[in-house]
Ligand binder design. Structure first.
Ligand code: BES
Ligand code: MN
Ligand code: ZN
Length: 501
């Protein structure tokens, strides 16, 4: 897709479709009135009729009259007070998705007055809209189908229309946004693939190809080396499957260099290619969703690739422990006691609390490789889905200053996080008869306990993002299909970019 920024008036732009966002009620004044007048007044008529409303992401497509574009698409940005960076991304996606199945090669999007609503003005809007349009192209329904019809159009050209703006700086921003959107789609494409397709070994192969493409170094650790390294928790989860586990380690930058922020940042992503629960087997209802339990891994692999495109050479470590959690004669049993890489012993009382086991060893390994700061991202608990739903990621971290650095990156990325407390009193619920602690306690406060477990494996500043609610949508929306959302990718990229030279 070619990107272009033009400072012409919207009615002068030649494209198959011209998209125009409106804020609040569809009232047509100023530039919007002129656009509609030239198009023949149909938008104002639809608004009067009640067909076009103030609803966010609601849209209408009309004929373009005397406009240079082929069709006119109006889209609601919703209430002015609640327009955020995330909303701007989603407007871009909703425009692109509204055009699914239509013949569109060139799309022009007028920035309107969205620049007045968010920090960074038109430059930020250009970045976020371009990212949104690219993310809108993603259609998982087409992954396993040839000739699936209802795909959002593959655009030859995206034209951002910003009369009077500095086209060069908007262009740089839009390019950055498009690269971040492509990275999110890379993560989503991997995450959506099914477990008979993407085994740990296949995920490692995808990571190798990505590493090669972007000049990253890669190391893939199998069971023999994992045993030598003492990764007893990682191996315990992986041993139940015929598809052997892989600890995928990607690196950018030189050896043990620190980044501009003085950090050696590591991002660690849960890669459970299928989570049946193991011997503590899950109920059948919705078990098929557990092919998405590798989303954290896909996210960190994509994020380091995006960093390599935007700021090559910036130090970053990405670790993705990949396993299949299966029941069978070789599986870990409830009550098995294993030793983690940091020497702590763990009583696996529930084999379905497997994510924390593989992440614990991966975090220890990150520190062994010199990480000074860690962020892990994982579809870790059903509890976070019940607590926060699919719009807000639950987050934990210590010390608070590191949590806030990650939250600030999330803000720049237009992603939503809600900090959860680590309540020390609950730690004793993980006490074990046989080991230093169990991998799960009683269900009360289970979300907090999952983080208390992970904290046992971090000695450096660490943040945990539980994306079990936000990683995939069960239903499509105007701005996204059902399936992987790409959540946290942009946050990790923004966080790493804070260390770019
Ligand atoms: N992968 C699941 C968590 C999950 C649930 C992700 C729903 C996405 C949607 C995780 O491994 C798991 O099974 N967690 C258990 C933990 C429990 C056994 C302590 C859970 O949340 O029930
Ligand atoms: Mn599980
Ligand atoms: Zn899981």
């Amino acid at each position: 897709m070619q990107l272009r920024v033009v400072s012409d008036q919207p009615w002068e732009v030649t494209a198959d479709v011209l998209a125009v966002p409106f804020v609040g009620e569809p009232r047509f004044d100023g530039v919007l009135a002129e656009i509609d007048r030239r198009a023949g007044g149909e938008l104002a008529a639809l608004a009067a009729f009640g067909e076009l409303k103030a609803e966010r992401y609601g849209s209408a497509i009309v004929a373009a009259g005397e406009l240079s574009a082929g069709r006119l698409l109006a889209i609601g940005a919703g209430d002015a007070e609640t327009i955020t960076r995330q909303v701007v991304v989603r407007i871009g996606s909703a425009i692109e998705r509204r055009l699914a199945g239509r013949s569109v090669k060139s799309l022009a999007v007028w920035l309107g007055d969205l620049g007045d609503r968010i920090d960074g003005g038109a430059v930020a809007v250009a970045e976020l809209l371009a990212r949104g349009v690219v993310e809108g192209e993603f259609e998982p329904a087409a992954i396993y189908r040839d000739g699936y019809k209802n795909v959002p159009p593959a655009l030859d050209e995206l034209i951002l229309v910003a009369p009077g703006a500095d086209a060069a700086s908007l262009m740089r921003a839009a390019e950055r946004g498009a690269v971040i959107g492509e990275g999110a789609n890379l993560a989503r494409g991997l995450a959506n693939r099914s477990a008979n397709d993407v085994t740990p070994e296949v995920l490692a192969g995808e990571a190798r190809a990505i590493a090669e493409r972007h000049g990253l170094s890669i190391d893939v650790i199998g069971p023999v080396r994992a045993a030598e390294l003492g990764m007893g928790m990682f191996l315990a989860v992986g041993q139940g499957s015929d598809n052997p586990p892989r600890m995928i380690v990607l690196r950018s930058g030189e050896g043990d260099a620190t980044d501009r922020a003085g950090r050696r940042l590591a991002i660690v992503g849960k890669g459970v290619c299928f989570d049946s629960g193991g011997i503590s087997i899950k109920p059948a209802d919705r078990m098929e969703e557990m092919k998405m339990d590798k989303t954290g891994a896909c996210t960190v692999i994509a994020a380091i690739a995006t960093l390599a495109r935007l700021a090559p050479g910036t130090p970053l470590l990405a670790i993705a422990p990949a396993v299949e959690n299966m029941p069978g004669p070789h599986s870990a049993r409830p009550g098995d006691v294993v030793k983690a890489m940091n020497g702590k012993t763990v009583d696996i009382v529930n084999t379905d609390a497997e994510g924390r086991l593989i992440l614990g060893d991966a975090m220890c390994y990150a520190e062994k490789l010199g990480a000074t700061h860690i962020v892990d991202v994982a579809t870790l608990t059903g509890a976070v889905l019940r607590a926060l739903g699919d719009q807000m990621t639950g987050a934990f971290g210590t010390p608070q200053a590191w949590y806030e650095a990650v939250a600030a990156a999330g803000e720049r990325a237009g992603e939503r996080y809600w900090q959860m407390p680590m309540i020390d009193e609950y730690r004793k619920d993980l006490d074990s008869w046989y080991a230093d602690f169990t991998n799960t306690g009683s269900a009360e406060g289970g979300l907090v306990k999952s983080a208390l477990f992970l904290r046992e494996f971090a000695t450096v500043p660490w943040v945990h993002l539980d994306i079990a609610g936000t990683a995939y949508f069960r239903k499509k929306t105007a701005y996204a299909p059902a399936g992987a959302t790409g959540v946290a990718h942009a946050t990790l990229v923004e966080l790493a970019l804070a260390g770019a030279r």
